[in-house]
Ligand binder design. Structure first.
Ligand code: F6P
Length: 318
């Protein structure tokens, strides 16, 4: 029977992580389990930076962006000897189970820990929405709203100057932020790994838009194309002068939306329940509005089909 659990956040921070930590802490305490916060993800586990958390430790945190436990990316956690040191540190506190909140790198770490005997449950916390088992990851909704608000602002200046705005958004290798934004703002074009890059199609769409309206918007997922180069091409080959904007880390900040707070709370609660049911090497997902668990291995696959379904809608509506 599990008596002490750890909780950590790892990888890129995401709005709603604090709400998830709070839910883990409050659920565990309700069920008579001690909770320990591990600072800066697996790095803090390796360095032994661990502290007991109480009900009050998570007061007033629910609506705050970022993660109060801190986060990091530790490549060396792939090494068994590094994980063994981390596990020895958990043993000092008597921690036999850990809730890990983060993206795919965090999940890989959780799986590896579970294979070494530590019970782990992953909670999807990343703005990228790139975990395949779940309809949504914690932070995606907030980031999407941040991006849409920014693009709405760019549209004001763009249309005043009869320009094309080219906006690069985050997502690592996943086009969810890009495609959802493109639908939400009525963009002229969206470029992502799943939907591809086609310069001539962009030129055609922008040229067509210039006949009917005073601006055009192109959303580009990061790691696809140099947006400043693309702005030059569009300026030279269409009636619109183009400007590129890279939104960057602003997309990861801010207070979580109500939707992310609720998702994080439900998922944090479910993670503790799963540990108490003796589950390990699993992650929490939201599917068809149900919060369930599934093996982490199944969540590390390809998330392409849902993006392409959304892209179909975009192509009809632009
Ligand atoms: O995974 C979240 C994310 O924001 C990605 O969208 C992006 O590619 C990456 O993290 C940026 O990482 P860093 O903050 O280390 O630059």
């Amino acid at each position: 029977m599990i008596k002490k659990i750890g909780v950590l956040t790892s990888g890129g921070d995401a709005p709603g992580m604090n709400a998830a930590i709070r839910a883990v802490v409050r659920t565990a305490i309700q069920k008579g389990i001690e909770v320990y916060g591990i600072h800066d993800g697996y790095l803090g586990m390796y360095e032994g930076r661990i502290e007991r958390l109480y009900r009050k430790s998570v007061s007033e945190r629910l609506g705050l962006g970022g993660t109060f436990l801190g986060t990091a990316r530790l490549k060396d956690f792939a090494k068994k000897e590094v994980r063994q040191i981390a596990i020895d540190n958990l043993a000092i506190y008597g921690i036999d189970a850990v809730v890990t909140i983060g993206g795919d790198g965090t999940y890989r770490g959780a799986l590896a820990l579970s294979e070494m005997g530590i019970h782990t449950v992953g909670v999807p916390g990343t703005i990228d929405n790139d975990i395949s088992g779940t309809d949504f990851t914690i932070g995606f909704d907030t980031a999407l709203n941040t991006v849409v608000e920014a693009v709405d602002k760019l549209r004001d200046t763009s249309s005043s100057h009869r320009r094309c705005s080219i906006i690069e958004v985050m997502g690592r290798n996943c086009g969810d932020i890009a495609v959802w934004t493109a639908i939400a703002v009525g963009a002229e074009f969206v470029v992502s790994k799943e939907t591809g890059f086609d310069l001539q199609a962009i030129i055609d769409n922008v040229t067509q838009a210039a006949k009917a309206k005073n601006h055009a918007i192109i959303i580009v997922a990061e790691n696809m194309v140099d947006v400043n180069w693309l702005a030059k091409e569009v300026s030279e080959k269409t009636p619109f002068d183009a400007r590129a904007t890279i939104l960057g880390h602003i997309q990861r900040g801010g207070r979580p939306t109500a939707k992310d707070r609720v998702l994080a709370s439900e998922m944090g609660y479910k993670a503790v329940e799963a540990l108490l049911n003796d589950e390990t090497g699993v992650c929490v997902c939201q599917r068809n509005n149900q919060i369930i668990t599934m093996p982490i291995n199944d969540a590390l696959g390809d998330d392409t089909p849902p993006v392409l379904e959304k892209y179909k809608v975009f192509k009809v509506l632009w």
